[in-house]
Design a protein around this ligand. Structure first.
Ligand code: NDP
Ligand code: 8X3
Length: 252
């Protein structure tokens, strides 16, 4: 069984769909229960697999602890955790930044990822196998103007991925970071508070990555033999050369 956070949208949902098509049982979490239920229905009907769901805000340590207790027998069956849930809120300078937005990004992208990891690791270590896949970002490697806090959280994801590999050395547990560039999902819509025009403009005149492109990389890393650990994959759209250089066909 594979546990995916943020399975209600974008990359997490695409991972769920791809893994389901390969007949993998799934455990899907996210905050939007209606979407989890819809996905559970679709995937079980189409692929005849087992799909557990749990509405969960991963940023709340007490909720994650409760989740861990309630689903201990399911967590014992988890062979991989895809730490995908994450978000950017706003695109302001630090001097203009909003403290609540900063807290949200740290709480979900870093603390939530740690809380979830902490729930599955005892089972992984005991079984001497398991795989943690963290969704980092090129934003964690190459900081861009007004990316500040989001970039810092993704750099923290990168540091924690490395820390996990060191602490887990010898346990048989694998740890991978997938670092995409621009992927068209609900990411920009969330970042700009639901402003459709502003979100659409991010991908104007260029072909971004799709959620499925990233899901394919995640699943490829998961399916390597047990002695192979893919440490990091950096994936850009062909029309993006860096976090600040994008070729737009509409530009003269
Ligand atoms: P989406 O906005 O489409 O999906 C984000 C997912 O995270 C949703 O399923 C959402 O579910 C979940 N989520 C957000 N907050 C919480 C929370 N507190 N508790 C549980 N789940 C939560 O974006 P993407 O698919 O693009 O993003 C997935 C990951 O990929 C993120 O970590 C993002 O930083 C990373 N990434 C994205 C890139 C892009 O360009 N799109 C590029 C590089 C990395 P719900 O709202 O139901 O809780
Ligand atoms: C998301 C990609 O470039 O918007 O991590 O930060 S970017």
């Amino acid at each position: 069984m594979i546990l995916i956070t943020g399975a209600t949208s974008g990359i997490g949902k695409a991972c769920a769909e791809l893994l389901a098509s390969q007949r993998k049982d799934l455990f899907l979490v996210g905050r939007r229960l209606d979407r989890l239920q819809g996905l559970q229905k679709d995937l079980t009907t189409t692929h005849k697999i087992k799909v557990e769901i749990a509405p969960l805000d991963i940023s709340l340590s007490s909720a994650v602890l409760e989740f861990g207790k309630k689903f201990s027998s399911e967590l014992n069956q988890v062979e991989a955790l895809i730490n995908n849930a994450g978000l950017a809120v706003g695109r302001d300078t630090i001097q203009e930044g909003n403290l609540k937005d900063w807290d949200t990004m740290w709480d979900v992208n870093v603390k939530g990822l740690l809380y979830m990891t902490h729930q599955v690791l005892p089972y992984f270590v005991q079984k001497k196998s398991g795989h943690i896949v963290n969704l980092g970002s090129v934003a964690g490697r190459w900081i861009y103007p007004r990316g500040n806090i989001y970039c810092a959280t993704k750099r923290a994801v990168s540091a924690l991925t490395e820390a996990l590999r060191q602490d887990l050395l010898g346990t048989g547990v694998r740890v991978t970071e997938i670092s995409p560039g621009m992927v068209e999902t609900e990411f920009s819509l969330v970042r700009f508070g639901g402003d459709q025009e502003r979100a659409k403009a991010i991908y104007e005149g260029m072909t971004p990555l799709s959620a499925k492109d990233i899901a394919e990389a995640v699943v490829w890393a998961l399916m390597r033999p047990k002695h192979v650990n893919i440490q990091e994959m950096i994936i850009y759209p062909t029309e993006q050369a860096s976090t600040t250089l994008v070729h737009r066909r509409t530009q003269k």
